[in-house]
Design a protein around this ligand. Structure first.
Ligand SMILES: Cc1ncc(COP(=O)(O)O)c(C=O)c1O
Length: 480
């Protein structure tokens, strides 16, 4: 059944026939066809869809089938429907096809349930407060603020961050050593270039981490040296003179979740002092700790040896591209110079707005609200797995927006689980993908040697879509 559908005032070709021939039901075929049309841009955000009656007539199918398909796609966040204004293509919740932390590999099918790690619930973004803060910031900013400024960023934000980071994370810095950058990703790139200028040839990284960071380090001409992990964090005792720097996630190892033990923090700093090296502390989700007192930043142990990197990507939104580095004195000049070369400075209005949000106390309130929200999410994940997949061990849940699910030895291999997840539109990553070195091991699972494990970002779906995502995950694991 191939239909050109015209009742919404445009013309859209929906091919249900092929899908039906492949064995899909009518409703599922319609859902797939609409999802695909949104994903590939044929149906743009805000487009009003025909009434269920009109579309049913156009397609020659029962109205109820259309009602059910619209309902499902609304629950998934593709469409939105409002009393009195019908159904439209959602303006802001189009799931991402192969986003930044999506596993490499074949093109991903349409995402129905997004459980990729590294993503906050974007529906929590404080739009009203952000708008109000922008208005206040613009009303009070001098004209000069809109011109070319220094590479470190706006003084208002650096001052606000200095106080905020000292209070919340125990960071010891001052505005002259803070640099505002376009995400930790940019900050890390600048640091790698600066370290290379100083003669570094390699960076020690945790054995599991964020592959785009590993790729960035290598693109800067540095090799990565994986440090094994255990339940006390990275084996920093293996750092030696050959490592030019170390990139660590001390508060909440990404992705396995262990905090770096106190004696290891001290040992890493000792190594940096003795070898004249730097540790880069990626504090990507330091504000989200649930069950215990937050662990302070490692940077406080020695601000001249530890570069602190923080970001608004989890607390607000990755799309802001706002992050900060608290730099040792010796790195301020080279990193600022490289930032000038990269993009002169970070965009000003966002910086002024964030400064306003922090100094007014709104940012603290927002973070508290998010923490509560994510903590509940985590509890729901843990409860659902305990009920439906008790054989799965959930780890790394004391903090952050993701968990690691470990399956017992002999379970369905990781690669097969991922393929099954993809087939039902469930986006998640396998632990193997996070591996810093070349895959090794005995190949009995995901190619990684150990039993299969999945990394689940429980923050990503908007609230209405979370129950369905959880169901899909439990279904995947039930028989695994
Ligand atoms: C380990 C880790 N570091 C840093 C970040 C934040 O990166 P950025 O500030 O570039 O968005 C993320 C986000 O996914 C992350 O997972």
């Amino acid at each position: 059944m191939s239909t050109s559908w015209t009742s919404f005032g445009g013309d859209l070709h929906l091919d249900l026939g092929e899908r039906r021939a492949a064995g899909a039901g009518l409703r599922a075929s319609l859902e797939d066809a609409l999802r695909e049309a949104v994903q590939d841009g044929r149906l743009t955000p805000g487009t009003r869809l025909p009434s269920s009656r009109a579309l049913g007539e156009d397609l020659g199918i029962a109205r109820n089938t259309v009602v059910e398909a619209y309902g499902q796609l609304t629950a998934e966040g593709w469409l939105s429907s409002r009393q009195g204004s019908g159904t439209t293509v959602a303006r802001r919740s189009v799931p991402v096809r192969g986003g930044r932390t999506a596993p490499a590999g074949p093109r991903r099918r349409s995402v129905r349930h997004d459980l990729m790690s590294g993503r906050p619930d974007l529906s929590l973004f404080p739009r009203t407060a952000w708008l109000a803060a922008t208005r206040r910031a613009l009303a009070t900013a001098p004209h000069e603020a809109l011109g070319y400024g220094g590479p470190l960023g706006r003084i208002e934000l650096r001052e606000a961050l200095t106080h905020y980071l000292a209070r919340v994370r125990g960071v010891r810095t001052d505005p002259d050593r803070l640099l505002v950058c376009g995400g930790v990703q940019q900050g890390l790139g600048l640091l790698c270039a600066a370290l290379r200028e100083r003669g570094a040839r390699s960076v020690a990284v945790e054995a599991y981490g964020l592959p785009p960071q590993h790729a960035l380090i290598r693109a800067a001409g540095l090799s990565t040296v994986p440090l094994p992990l255990d339940e006390r964090g990275a084996r920093v005792d293996l750092l030696d003179a050959r490592c030019g720097a170390a990139l660590l996630t001390p508060a909440h190892q990404f992705p396995t979740g262990a905090p770096l033990a106190a004696d290891r923090r001290a040992a890493a700093v000792r190594w940096a002092r003795e070898q004249d090296r730097y540790v880069v502390e990626d504090d990507y989700d330091g504000e989200f700790r649930y069950d215990r007192q937050p662990l302070g930043a490692m940077q406080a142990l020695d601000p001249e040896r530890v570069v602190y990197a923080g970001t608004a990507s989890k607390s607000l939104a990755p799309g802001l591209r706002l992050a900060w580095l608290a730099l040792p004195d010796a790195l301020v000049e080279p990193v600022a110079r490289l930032k000038t070369m990269a993009d002169t400075m970070s965009p000003v209005i966002e910086q002024l707005t964030l400064a306003e949000l922090i100094t007014s106390g709104t940012y603290d309130r927002h973070v508290r609200r998010c923490r509560l929200h994510y903590r509940r999410r985590r509890d729901r994940l843990v409860a659902a797995l305990a009920e439906h997949a008790p054989h799965v061990r959930v780890t790394g849940i004391a903090a952050g927006l993701h968990a690691v699910l470990q399956l017992p030895p002999g379970s369905t291999p990781e690669a097969e689980l991922l393929a099954r997840a993809e087939a039902v539109g469930l986006a998640l990553s396998g632990l193997t993908w996070h591996r810093a070195g070349p895959p090794g091991g005995d190949g009995g699972d995901g190619g990684d040697g150990g039993p299969p494990a999945l990394v689940i970002g429980y923050a990503a779906p908007p609230e209405h879509a979370f129950p369905a995502a959880l169901d899909a995950l439990c279904e995947l694991l039930r028989g695994a």
